[in-house]
Design a protein around this ligand. Structure first.
Ligand code: NAD
Length: 296
C-alpha cells in the first residue's frame, strides 16, 4: 500500500481521498477550508497543516483543485518538498496549457506527472466509479493506475501530457452540444403537439439516440433517474458545464480549431448561468430554450 498525499479535499477530493483510505493506503491530506479538513479527518485521512506537509514522504500526490492557476501554485509550493521520482496526479479539470506546464514543472524538479481529470461527478467520486482520462508517459501511467483504480472503474491512457484534459473537454463539448440539441427537439415536439414519451420512444431507438437523451433525458418522465424528475437538482451543475465549455473554447482558440457549435453552447450556458441557474443541473437548460421559443 502506498503513502499518498492529497491536496484539495472538496466535493470531489474528499470522497476520493476517503476511497484511498478504504483501499488501505496511508493518506495525508490538506485543504484550505476547515469544513473540508474535518470531513476528511472523519473519513480516516491524516489531515496535515500545509500542502508541503501533505507531500513530505509521499510516493504519490493527488491534487483536486478548482483551476489551472491553483494547480500550478500548489506545485510551485510543494515540488521543493517532494522526493525524487514522486508521482503527481492532477485530477482537477484544468486547461490543457496549464496541464502541460504542470508536467514540465514536475519534470524539471525530477518528479513525474499525470493529468487525470474525471467524469462521474460527486456520486461517482463517492462510489469509486469515476472514469479517469489520463495524460502522461506510459511508465508514469503504469505507476499511477493501481491507485486510480481505488477511486474509479475505468482508467484510460489518452496519450502524452495534456491528453487527459484534452479528452475531458472534447467529451464535455459533445455533452453540452448534445444536451442543447435534445432539449431543442423536446421544445419543438411540445409546440408540434408530440408527447415527450413518443419522441423518446422514437429517438432513443433511432439515429437521434445519444446519452443526453437515453440516460439523462432533460424532460421528466421517460428516464426516471434523470435530474428532470428531481427538480433539476445536480447531477452536474450548469456552472461546471460552462467551465468545461469555456476550457474547450480556450483550447480551440489556441489550437486553431473551428468549433462553432461549441462556441454557441458556451454562449447559451453563459446566458443560463447569468439568469441565476448556474447551480441547477445542466439539463435544466431545456426550460430556457422553451422560453426562447416564439409564442403562438
Ligand atoms: P470544490 O470547490 O468542492 O473543491 C476544491 C477544493 O480545493 C476546495 O475545498 C478548496 O478549499 C481547495 N483548495 C483550493 N486551493 C487550495 C490550496 N491552495 N490548497 C489546498 N486546498 C485548496 O470543487 P470540486 O467540485 O471538488 O471540483 C474539483 C475539480 O474537479 C474541479 O476542477 C472541477 O471542475 C472538477 N470536477 C468536478 C466535478 C463535480 O461534479 N463536482 C466533476 C468532474 C470534475
Amino acid at each position: 500500500m502506498a503513502r499518498i498525499g492529497f491536496v484539495g479535499l472538496g466535493n470531489m477530493g474528499g470522497p476520493m481521498a476517503a476511497n484511498l483510505v478504504k483501499a488501505g493506503h496511508a493518506v495525508q491530506g490538506f485543504d484550505l477550508v476547515p469544513a473540508a479538513q474535518e470531513a476528511a479527518r472523519a473519513a480516516g485521512v491524516a489531515v496535515v497543516e500545509s500542502a508541503r506537509a501533505a507531500v513530505a514522504g509521499a510516493e504519490i500526490v493527488v491534487t483536486m483543485l478548482p483551476a489551472g492557476r491553483h494547480v500550478k501554485a500548489v506545485l510551485a509550493d510543494v515540488l521543493p518538498a517532494a522526493g525524487a521520482g514522486t508521482l503527481f496526479v492532477d485530477s482537477s479539470t484544468i486547461d490543457v496549457e496549464s496541464a502541460r506546464a504542470a508536467a514540465k514543472m514536475a519534470d524539471e524538479a525530477g518528479c513525474r506527472f499525470l493529468d487525470a481529470p474525471v467524469s462521474g461527478g460527486v456520486g461517482g467520486a463517492a462510489a469509486a466509479t469515476l472514469t479517469f482520462m489520463v495524460g502522461g508517459s506510459a511508465e508514469a501511467f503504469a505507476a499511477g493506475k493501481p491507485v486510480l483504480e481505488a477511486m474509479g472503474k475505468k482508467i484510460v491512457h489518452c496519450g502524452e501530457a495534456g491528453s487527459g484534459q484534452a479528452a475531458k473537454i472534447c467529451n464535455n463539448m459533445i455533452l453540452g452540444i448534445s444536451m442543447i440539441g435534445v432539449s431543442e427537439a423536446f421544445a419543438l415536439a411540445e409546440k408540434l403537439g408530440l408527447s415527450h414519451q413518443a419522441l423518446f420512444d422514437v429517438a432513443s431507438t433511432s439515429s437521434g439516440q445519444c446519452w443526453s437523451l437515453t440516460t439523462y433525458c432533460p424532460v421528466p418522465g421517460p428516464v426516471p433517474t434523470s435530474p428532470a424528475n428531481n427538480g433539476y437538482r445536480p447531477g452536474f451543475a450548469a456552472d461546471l458545464m460552462l467551465k468545461d465549455l469555456r476550457l474547450a473554447q480556450e483550447a480551440a482558440l489556441a489550437a486553431g480549431a473551428t468549433t462553432p457549435l461549441g462556441a454557441q453552447a458556451a454562449q447559451l450556458y453563459a446566458l443560463f448561468s447569468g439568469e441565476g441557474h448556474g447551480g441547477r443541473d445542466f439539463s435544466a437548460i431545456v426550460e430556457m430554450l422553451r422560453g426562447l421559443s416564439r409564442e403562438g
